[in-house]
Ligand binder design. Structure first.
Ligand SMILES: [Zn+2]
Length: 225
């Protein structure tokens, strides 16, 4: 039986590293796979991890049809034992349905990796469809930490040093544009995400550089926009 498995987590929780590890383990057993990614930080058609490893991958755009690519490879005589999909939060819901069809009708294991929710805490469309359709959803065990030391469960977008909760859903990090300013991301615990207290804001609010404002009254939840 083949499975559609979704490994979810925040940014920085080791998703791409695990994707590379799974690919390595499969190849070591003589199995052949197809690897897909979208908007990887290392550029087009590369699946990279923060630990410095990378491999070639098929770049996904909205027009790509997973069924056509995988079934087409088989028709051409290629062996496809497994499919690895990184940055799956950026896939369209229809593409996730194509992956489910690959699992069910071609009996090929599909392992997808993605961030569950965006910087506003709303689910990405691709991740939502994966949660709805996956045989199994796994939350990654390598946990990223908030600046306060708690488990980081939410992604914050920082524009020109200030945390924002509005804007386009997809803006790749470490990029500067005239319209948006310098965009970076930071993982936070829910408490500090809701209080819009990223590490720079926490340092600014702290009476001394060594003390961080663990007292939640020091950073109340802002009123709704
Ligand atoms: Zn925190």
């Amino acid at each position: 039986m083949a499975d559609l498995v979704f490994f979810s987590g925040t940014m920085d929780c080791g998703k791409s590293t695990l994707a590379l590890q799974i690919d390595h383990n499969q190849r070591a057993r003589g199995r052949h796979g197809l690897i897909f990614t979208k908007l990887d930080r290392a550029g087009q058609s590369v699946l990279s991890s923060r630990l410095g490893l990378e491999t070639r991958a098929v770049e996904v755009d909205d027009a790509l049809d997973f069924w056509d690519v995988v079934a087409g490879s088989l028709v051409q005589g290629a062996r496809v034992d497994y499919v690895i999909c990184d940055e799956a939060q950026f896939y369209t819901p229809v593409q996730v349905e194509q992956l489910a069809r690959v699992v069910d009708e071609l009996r090929i294991d599909v392992t997808a990796f993605g961030i569950t929710a965006d910087f506003r805490t709303a689910l990405f469309p691709g991740s939502r469809r994966l949660i709805e359709l996956a045989d199994r959803v796994e939350v990654l065990q390598v946990e990223a930490l908030c600046w306060c030391g708690r488990r980081a469960t939410h992604n914050a977008r920082i524009v020109d040093g200030v945390m924002v909760v509005e804007g386009e859903q997809v803006v790749v990090g470490d990029t500067a544009s005239a319209r948006e300013g310098l965009v970076e991301y930071e993982v936070l615990c829910r408490r500090h995400h809701m209080r819009r207290m990223n590490s720079a804001a926490a340092r600014a609010a702290s009476p001394t550089p060594d003390t961080l404002p663990f007292d939640l009254d020091a950073c109340p939840v802002p009123p709704p926009l």
